[in-house]
Ligand binder design. Structure first.
Ligand code: 2AM
Ligand code: CA
Length: 265
């Protein structure tokens, strides 16, 4: 059974990986540093791979029994019910990272037999470590966090554009964005799903949606959000699975139903 001390070691490892992100400048100009993946504007850098390998080998030293779902490797959905599964996005916000936008995070979600257990999202640019253990609250750099109490008209809502499959999703994304925009205070677009979810968790923003996310984009953030009092479902209001890509909606809970009905209008 993992104890708190062991997760302190994981957060220390993630901080070390954050130093690697901070050491990268002008990734775009580094020869051979960027590869193109399937879809449009879908990239991976050598830093994604180095950080993923460092995380997996470091976590195996702390938890030798751990299994992994991670963005930059082959994955099997059969892993979803493993006794101790780490779901890793080594850099969430890779396009921001390539552009030196300083809005990218490391995301590590831990599941036991498919049930949320521990979530860590680290933004090295602000030195912000979001953590949560199921049933024990959510924290930002050790301070308890909670979602906002804002209503829909007061809400700041962030969204993702699913840029990699824009031929399929662009009309849907921008039609939903307009419907939400007409009812909320304003929209935002950060480029990092995990960071967007944590921004809702700590009450800076009030909701976030994207038409398609992968499990590593939301695996850690959803645990942090739930422990902060937020709600997270797909666009139909259904519970998310940690093994499948899905539409994604999270909020401060209060405006969740109203958001779903707006998306469906
Ligand atoms: P990434 O930076 O780790 O690739 C941008 O809209 C958000 O979607 C980012 O969090 C981005 O994560 C994620 N994303 C990028 N490519 C994706 C894909 N093919 N499927 C699902 N999510 C993706
Ligand atoms: Ca990534």
């Amino acid at each position: 059974m993992p104890d708190e001390h062991e997760f302190d070691k994981v957060t220390a490892l993630i901080k070390e990986c954050g130093e690697l992100m901070l050491s990268a400048h002008a990734v775009e100009k580094e020869s051979g540093a960027i590869e193109i993946k399937a879809g449009t504007a879908n990239f991976v850098t050598k830093y994604d791979k180095i950080i993923q390998n460092k995380l997996i080998s470091g976590i195996l030293q702390i938890f030798p029994e751990a299994l992994f779902l991670a963005e930059e490797k082959e994955n099997s959905a059969a892993l979803a019910d493993s006794p101790l599964l780490f779901i890793i996005d080594p850099i969430d916000g890779t396009t921001n990272f390539i552009h030196d936008m300083k809005c990218s995070v490391i995301s590590v979600g831990v599941y036991k037999k498919g049930n949320p257990f521990f979530g860590i999202v680290y933004n090295p640019y602000f030195d912000e470590m979001f953590t949560a253990e199921a049933g024990r609250g959510a924290y930002l750099n050790g301070e308890r966090i909670s979602v906002s109490l804002r209503s829909f008209p007061e809400a700041l809502v962030s969204f993702g554009t699913a840029p990699y499959y824009r031929d399929t999703y662009a009309d849907g994304v921008f039609s939903i964005a307009k419907k939400v925009f007409m009812k909320c205070a304003d929209l935002r677009r950060s480029g990092s799903a995990a960071y967007d979810i944590c921004s809702v968790a700590c009450g800076r923003t009030d909701a976030y949606f994207e038409m398609l996310l992968s499990p590593w984009d939301f695996a850690a953030g959803r645990i942090i959000l739930a422990e902060a009092g937020g709600k997270c479902t797909d666009f139909d209001g259904k519970t998310l699975k940690c093994s499948e890509p899905s539409s994604f909606l999270c909020s401060n809970s209060l405006i969740h139903t109203h958001l779903i009905s707006t998306i469906k209008e």
